[in-house]
Design a protein around this ligand. Sequence first.
Ligand code: DAK
Length: 258
Amino acid sequence: MSESNIIIENTDSVRTITINRPKQLNALNSQTISELSEALKEAEKDTAVKVIILTGSGEKAFVAGADIKEFASFSVEEGKKLSKEGHDKLFDLAQNLSTPIIAAINGFALGGGLELAMSAHLRVASENAKMGLPEVSLGVIPGYGGTQRLAQLVGRGKALEMIATAGMISAEDAQQWGLVNHVTSPDGLMEKCHELASKIVKNSSSAISLAIKAVNANYVDGVDGFATEIEEFGNCFGTDDFKEGTSAFIERRKPNFK
Ligand code: DAK
């Protein structure tokens, strides 16, 4: 296998995964998708990792899309197979990961890049970021969950405007539309992500993972999100974190979640 396309760094209980193909504006080729998939699974298994920050290297791009040079020659059958594989391997995996992921959008987030950011649980963008789903300008539709996740985040009308025009929106508009949680200066981007992470790591990881499961349940066909919430709420009462959280409150001290 050729050199790795991602960089992994740890700061306390926060793992930063940086997509590192700056000359190609961090475009997602199949090797990068596989490496990201493995890195997310590893981070989820590592109990020392409580938050993941996902970003792109360089100052220009988070991810400028799937690697156009790679998918230019696909057939109908390959397109279907690879779309399904991509969903399973990376985009659904990220959305359903029990460890929360913050996407730090440091520049262009286009096509598969925006789809990756939308699979994360939170999004923070630098004010120079530009976001869009330009697939129809290439004769395809978003194939890594964009038609669904964009509509869930910004509503059907705005999603179809972005998809049909293939245009890019600014970070400011993205925040107003609900696509990103926060906008910062380029220099303040990682600081803001770490600030959010530092609030998250103080809380119960097991409760956060169950909350992710319950929130996501709303978007799964045939699954009743309220029923999932009831089930997972009940399950919290069997966790050490629940005992620690409530004991700490009663004893007027800060909880020490393991
Ligand atoms: N793929 C491959 N290379 C890319 C790339 C991409 N998506 N985006 C940029 N690059 C490369 C450029 O080719 C260029 O390489 P060299 O020519 O220097 O070798 C280098 O990055 C720098 O790009 P530019 O010279 O174009 O930089 P500019 O500042 O002038 O422009 C830009 C920045 C982001 C506006 C421009 O690079 C651009 O329009 N990029 C393409 C954006 C785009 O259309 N992305 C693809 C969206 S479609 C699939 C499922 C999903 C998908 C595909 C398949 N399957 C299930 C199979 C998703 C598709 C998409 O993501």
